[in-house]
Design a binder for this molecule. Structure first.
Ligand code: FAD
Ligand code: NAI
Length: 489
C-alpha cells in the first residue's frame, strides 16, 4: 500500500512538473522582449520569401548585423512535407503553418516583415519592387526599396508544360490553398455521387480520382487519399466507397525515380494491395472538365472519365525569376533556374544577390533539405560578411592599425556551401513509409510500418516549433480517436 502511495505521489509530482515546464516554455514563446531598432549605419538585407530557405536563414541570422526586411506574399512558413495530410484532413491546415513573425520577433534587432509579392528585382540599381496583393488595400500598394544584399528564396511553381486544361481543371499540391481546394473538390465529388438519381456511370466518373506525377508528391497524396477512403469514407459512405478509384499516372517507366529500386518495387506492390492503379509510361496530354486524355505506352490516345485530377508533375521557375535572369543574359543561361557559385551568389551580381532553394538550378534536387541547409549556411556567411564589411569600414576611416585590420580581414574565409544528404523519406499510405538513408557511407533502404513511425518522428522533430509539434501530434491523435472530418466547408 505504502509503495502504491509513493508511486502515486511520484506520478502526480511528475505530471505537475511536466505541465509546469510545458506551460513555462509556451508562455516564454508567446511574449517576445524588446528589440533593437533599425540602425542607419547597418547594411540593408532584403529576404524574398518565407519558405524553407528563407525561414532557415532567418532562424540562424544574427540580425544585429543588418537591417533586415522580409518580403513574401505569405506571412507564414508552410511545412510542405505534411501538405498532402492536410488535403485529406489528417492534419488541420494551421498545424503546419508558422507565422514568420513568430520567428522574427525573437531576433535581437527588429525585422520588418512585409506581406507582399516581389514584382521586380533590379540587380544593377540594387532595388526590389513589391506590391500588396490583398483584397484590402491602404493608400500605398506598391513600392520600391534599395538593398545592399538580397537573398532570393522565392521557390518555384508547379510545372504544367503548357498542357491544355491543367490550369483550368486540375488541382495542384504546392500551396496551402491547393490542399484546401483539393479537399473541397474531393468531398464535392463524393457528395455529388451521393445525389439521388445519379447513374452508375456518372457515380463511377465522379468517384475516379486521377493523380498525375509519380514523384514523391503524387505518391504521398495517393497514399493519403487511400487512407481517407479506407479509414473513414467506407464508414460514412458505405454505398459509394467500393466505387472510389485512385489512378496514378506517370510518364516515366517507374514511379519515384530518385528512390532505390527495391523501394520502388515495395511502393508499387503496396499500391497494388491498396488498389491504387499505377499507369506508367503514360502521359497526360489534356485535362478536361470531366476527363483526362492519356497517351498510352503504345502511343494510342485514351480519354478517361474522372471527377478530380491532382497535378503533381514537378517544378518550374516563377515569372519573376525568369525576368531577373533575363536581366543578366550572359551569366544566367540555365533554363532550369538561377545559376549560383559555390557560395550561393547569383552569377553576374557581384556578390550582392544570393539565391537559394527551388529557384536555383544546381546539382541538388529541389528539396526542403537542400533549401534549409542553404539558408543555415547563408546565415553564417552573412555574419562573416558583416564582420568583413565592419573591418573594411574601419580601414577606410583611419590608417591606424591598418596592418592588424588587414590581417583580420584576410583571416575571414568564406567556405563554399556543402550539402549533407540526410536521406529520402516518403509516406505511401496504409501506415507505411519508405526511406533511403545514408548510414556509414552506404545507402540503407527500408519500407513498412516501422519506417512509417520513423517518418512520423522525423517530421515531428523537423517541424520548426514546439507549437507546430504539439498541434500535429494532437491532430494525429484526433484522427486515431475520431477519424477524419467528412464535412465540406
Ligand atoms: P518555398 O519553401 O516554396 O518558399 C518560397 C517562398 O517564396 C514562399 O514563402 C512563397 O510565398 C514566397 N514567394 C513566392 N513568390 C514570391 C515573390 N514574388 N516575392 C516574394 N516571395 C515570394 N522536400 C523534402 O526535402 N522533403 C519532403 O518531404 C518534401 N515534401 C514535399 C511535399 C510537397 C507537397 C511539396 C510541394 C514539396 C515537398 N518538398 C519536400 C519540397 C520542398 O517543399 C521544397 O523543395 C522547398 O519548399 C523549397 O524551399 P524554397 O525556400 O526554395 O521554396
Ligand atoms: P517530381 O518532379 O519529383 O515528379 C513529377 C513526375 O511527374 C515526374 O516523374 C514526371 O515524369 C511526371 N510527369 C510530368 N509530366 C507528366 C505528364 N504529362 N503525364 C504524366 N506524368 C508526368 O515532382 P514532385 O513529386 O512534385 O516533387 C518535386 C520536388 O519536391 C522533388 O525534388 C521531390 O524530391 C521533392 N519532394 C520530396 C518529397 C519527399 O522527400 N518525401 C515529397 C514531395 C516532394
Amino acid at each position: 500500500r505504502g509503495f502504491l502511495q509513493t508511486l502515486g505521489r511520484v506520478t502526480l509530482v511528475t505530471i505537475v512538473a511536466a505541465t509546469g515546464t510545458f506551460y513555462y516554455v509556451t508562455q516564454k514563446d508567446r511574449h517576445p522582449g524588446p528589440q533593437l531598432p533599425f540602425d542607419p549605419e547597418k547594411k540593408t538585407l532584403v529576404i524574398l520569401g518565407s519558405g524553407w530557405g528563407a525561414t532557415s536563414l532567418l532562424k540562424g541570422l544574427d540580425t544585429t548585423d543588418y537591417n533586415t526586411i522580409v518580403v513574401s506574399p505569405k506571412n507564414f512558413f508552410l511545412f510542405t512535407p505534411l501538405l498532402p495530410s492536410v488535403a485529406v484532413g489528417t492534419l488541420n491546415a494551421r498545424s503546419i503553418l508558422q507565422p514568420t513573425r513568430y520567428v522574427t520577433r525573437f531576433k535581437s534587432r527588429q525585422v520588418s516583415v512585409i506581406e507582399a509579392e516581389a514584382k521586380e528585382v533590379d540587380p544593377i540599381n540594387k532595388t526590389v519592387t513589391f506590391s500588396d496583393n490583398s483584397e484590402i488595400q491602404g493608400q500605398v500598394s506598391s513600392t520600391t526599396i534599395p538593398y545592399d544584399y538580397l537573398v532570393y528564396a522565392v521557390g518555384a511553381e508547379t510545372q504544367t508544360f503548357g498542357i491544355p486544361g491543367v490550369k483550368e481543371h486540375a488541382c495542384f499540391m504546392k500551396e496551402l490553398h491547393d490542399a484546401e481546394r483539393m479537399q473541397r473538390q474531393f468531398l464535392d465529388c463524393v457528395e455529388s455521387a451521393a445525389f439521388p438519381g445519379q447513374s452508375d456511370d456518372e457515380k463511377d466518373r465522379l468517384l475516379h480520382m486521377v493523380v498525375v506525377g509519380g514523384g514523391p508528391t503524387g505518391i504521398e497524396l495517393s497514399g493519403e487519399l487511400h487512407d481517407f477512403l479506407e479509414d473513414d469514407l467506407k464508414s460514412w459512405y458505405p454505398e459509394l466507397a467500393s466505387r472510389i478509384r485512385i489512378t496514378l499516372v506517370e510518364a516515366l517507366p517507374s514511379v519515384l525515380p530518385t528512390f532505390s529500386k527495391e523501394l520502388i518495387q515495395y511502393t508499387e506492390s503496396t499500391f497494388k494491395e491498396s488498389k491504387i492503379d499505377i499507369m506508367t509510361k503514360t502521359m497526360v496530354k489534356e485535362v478536361k472538365e470531366k476527363s483526362v486524355v492519356l497517351q498510352m505506352p503504345d502511343k494510342s490516345i485514351r480519354e478517361v472519365p474522372c471527377g478530380m485530377v491532382v497535378w503533381a508533375a514537378g517544378n518550374k521557375g516563377r515569372q519573376i525569376t525568369q525576368d531577373l535572369m533575363a536581366k543578366l543574359p550572359e551569366d544566367q543561361t540555365n533554363k532550369r533556374g538561377i545559376t549560383v557559385d559555390d557560395h550561393l551568389r547569383m552569377k553576374g551580381t557581384n556578390g550582392t544577390i544570393f539565391a537559394i532553394g527551388d529557384c536555383t538550378a544546381s546539382s541538388y534536387a529541389p528539396t526542403a533539405q537542400v533549401a534549409s541547409q542553404q539558408g543555415a549556411y547563408l546565415a553564417r556567411i552573412l555574419a562573416l560578411l558583416a564582420k568583413k564589411d565592419g573591418l573594411e569600414g574601419k580601414l577606410a576611416a583611419s590608417d591606424e592599425d591598418a596592418d592588424t585590420i588587414r590581417k583580420k580581414i584576410d583571416k575571414i574565409k568564406l567556405k563554399p556551401f556543402h550539402y549533407s544528404h540526410q536521406g529520402s523519406l516518403a509516406y505511401i499510405g496504409s501506415d507505411k513509409a519508405i526511406a533511403d538513408l545514408p548510414i556509414f557511407g552506404r545507402e540503407w533502404a527500408s519500407g513498412g510500418v516501422a519506417t512509417f513511425l520513423f517518418w512520423r518522428s522525423a517530421y515531428l522533430s523537423t517541424l520548426f516549433s514546439l507549437r507546430n509539434r504539439t498541434l500535429v501530434a494532437s491532430d494525429w491523435m484526433r484522427v486515431k480517436l475520431f477519424g477524419r472530418d467528412v464535412s465540406r466547408e
